[in-house]
Design a protein around this ligand. Structure first.
Ligand code: THU
Length: 163
C-alpha cells in the first residue's frame, strides 16, 4: 500500500484590493450579479462572473424556486450560459461572491459540489484550467488555479465506455 498526498496552492488575499486589476474587476462583476440574485427562500445570494478568452464576461446568480430543487446555483447559471452562448470560447476564470442577505458574509465561500462538477466538465472539455476566485461579501479572497484543485479524483467522460 502506498499513500498519495493530494494538495493544491490556494492564494489568499486579505481583501479584493490586493487582486490584479482584471481579477478585481471580475470579482466586482460577481458582486453586481449577486445583487440581482433571486433568493427569497434562503435569503442567501450568490453571484458569479465568468471571464472568456475573448474578453467577454458572462454573469449568473442563484435562481431559487418554490419547488426548492428546481432552483439553480449562481455558478451553474453562469457556466451553462457561457456554454450555451459561447460554446467554442475558452473560459479563463470564474469569480464568485456569496453572502447572506441578512448579515454580510465576511469569509470566502467555495462553490458547492454540484457546481464544482459542472465547472470541471468545461475545464476538461477545453483542456485548459479555469481559475476560481472565491469571496464573501467582503474580507478575504481565495484563488485557486483550476477547478480540478477543488475536485480531485473527478468523475469525467474518460470513465464512460464510448467516449
Ligand atoms: N448557492 C449557490 O448559488 N452557489 C453555491 O455554490 C452554493 C449555494 C445558492 C443555492 C441557494 O439558492 C442558496 O445559495 C443557499 O444554498
Amino acid at each position: 500500500m502506498q499513500v498519495k498526498k493530494l494538495g493544491f496552492d490556494l492564494e489568499v488575499y486579505t481583501t479584493k484590493e490586493e487582486l490584479p486589476t482584471t481579477e478585481k474587476h471580475l470579482l466586482e462583476m460577481a458582486v453586481k450579479a449577486r445583487k440581482n440574485a433571486y433568493a427569497p427562500y434562503s435569503n442567501f445570494s450568490v453571484g458569479a462572473a465568468i471571464l472568456l478568452e475573448n474578453g467577454k464576461i458572462v454573469l449568473g446568480n442563484n435562481q431559487e424556486n418554490a419547488c426548492y430543487p428546481s432552483g439553480l446555483c449562481a455558478e451553474r447559471v453562469a457556466i451553462f450560459s457561457a456554454g450555451a452562448n459561447y460554446p467554442n470560447t475558452t473560459i479563463l476564470s470564474v469569480a464568485i461572491s456569496a453572502s447572506s442577505n441578512e448579515e454580510e458574509l465576511m469569509q470566502p465561500a467555495g462553490p458547492c459540489g454540484n457546481c464544482r462538477q459542472s465547472m470541471a466538465e468545461y475545464e476538461q472539455k477545453q483542456e485548459s484550467p479555469i481559475s476560481v476566485i472565491m469571496s464573501g461579501a467582503s474580507g478575504a479572497v481565495y484563488k485557486c488555479k483550476a477547478v480540478q484543485d477543488l475536485l480531485p479524483l473527478t468523475f469525467n467522460s474518460s470513465f464512460l465506455s464510448d467516449s
